[in-house]
Design a protein around this ligand. Structure first.
Ligand SMILES: O=P(O)(O)OC[C@H]1O[C@H](O[C@H]2O[C@H](CO)[C@@H](O)[C@H](O)[C@H]2O)[C@H](O)[C@@H](O)[C@@H]1O
Length: 341
């Protein structure tokens, strides 16, 4: 069954857009895509697949090791060969970061937790939790997720991390650097540790419309097996995993995304005017590209895509999967401790 059958009603779509909401169809996450079927060139030998990935991560200098046949086969163009592994380039990255303040930003699904069929069971391993906790000991660390902020906290359970949910439309940030005239979408709250914080929710006005659409979607899809509707507070995910492997997102059509959230957090963490800050963002999804773009336009910082297959990205570096993310985070924390001794 396809999307049209599930949400067929032109009328619904019209009311969604009248309410000022966008409907975005997201392709499945990386690991949903069986690598072999992704290529339309017939049977692929496993080692060739590996060459495909390698040629995406290699730098120009290693390019001479690949024959033209490999390059043609893999559809690799020069522009794609710019995402070296953040693990293999770690020393170089950190040499350039010396004396700068690194602020770490992490996506959740597909970055800190593996992609699984049931969105409610995307648990993070204890090992990953302690890696994130280590990093947060030494660097300001924030998680920016498409999920509802409370849900991400439920999974992560770390109090020394800042959280932004709904693709950055629901940010809990420290109060200390807040300017009085920072706008109407900010309210004071208290975090899990009892500290006064600020909640920045630029899509607040859309909440009634989102709730209305949520009710309609739940009603219309309740008899369709395999559809999971996720209430992410300021946006809705409709998972069709067992129906047609698609995820539809409904979100307010406002100029706000993970990139804006990154900048907002840098500001409220006190790095707004600091010239020596280096944002480091790790994410695997199309929505993370907005944050990569911000890092690219700042001209400083590190953007790292998590992907085990080549894909179009603005990120400068890559990691294959959450287990490489964990290794990278541990290395980052250790690097910082070495600087102290
Ligand atoms: O920004 P993120 O933290 O990456 O969140 C984006 C979406 O992630 C979740 O969906 C994805 O992960 C699920 C669990 O592994 C998987 O079942 C689904 O197919 C993926 O699309 C989450 O469920 C969504 O609400 C988030 O928007």
């Amino acid at each position: 069954m396809g999307l049209r059958q599930l949400l067929p009603y032109q009328q619904n779509m019209e009311s969604i857009s009248k309410a000022g909401l966008d409907v975005i169809l997201r392709t499945p996450k990386t690991c949903d895509l069986p690598q072999i079927k992704e290529c339309d060139r017939g049977t692929i030998e496993p080692n060739i697949l590996d060459v495909n990935y390698s040629s995406w991560v290699v730098s120009f200098t290693s390019l001479k090791n690949f024959t033209q046949k490999h390059i043609d086969f893999c559809h690799c163009d020069i522009a794609q060969m710019k995402h070296p592994s953040a693990l293999s380039k770690f020393d170089r990255m950190m040499t350039a970061a010396k004396g700068r303040k690194i602020v770490v930003f992490l996506d959740y699904d597909g970055t800190l937790s593996p992609i699984v069929d049931d969105p409610d069971r995307a648990f993070m391993s204890d090992a990953m939790r302690s890696a994130v906790s280590e990093v947060a000991r030494y660097f300001p660390t924030a998680i920016i997720s498409g999920r509802c902020r409370d849900k991400v906290y439920e999974f992560v359970q770390l109090t020394d991390v800042y959280y932004a949910g709904s693709h950055g439309m629901d940010i809990m940030a420290p109060l200390r650097h807040l300017k009085n005239n920072d706008g109407k979408y900010q309210t004071r709250a208290v975090d899990k540790k009892g500290n006064e914080v600020v909640l920045f929710q630029p899509a607040q006005d859309f909440l009634p419309a989102i709730q209305e659409i949520l009710k309609v979607l739940e009603e219309k899809t309740k008899r369709i097996q395999g559809v999971v509707i996720e209430n992410n507070r300021f946006c809705i995910s409709v998972h069709f995993r067992r129906v047609c492997k698609e995820v539809m997102e409904i979100r307010p059509s406002i100029k706000w995304d993970k990139g804006y959230a990154l900048e907002y957090l840098l500001d409220t963490l006190g790095f707004g005017s600091s010239g020596d800050v280096l944002p480091l963002y790790i994410g695997d999804d199309r929505t993370d590209e907005d944050a990569f773009k911000v890092i690219e336009s700042r001209g400083e910082g590190y953007s790292i895509i998590v992907s085990s297959i080549p894909k179009d990205t603005r990120a400068s570096y890559s990691l294959r999967d959450p287990s490489e993310v964990k290794s990278f985070l541990l290395r980052l924390a250790r690097w910082k401790t070495k600087l102290f001794y």
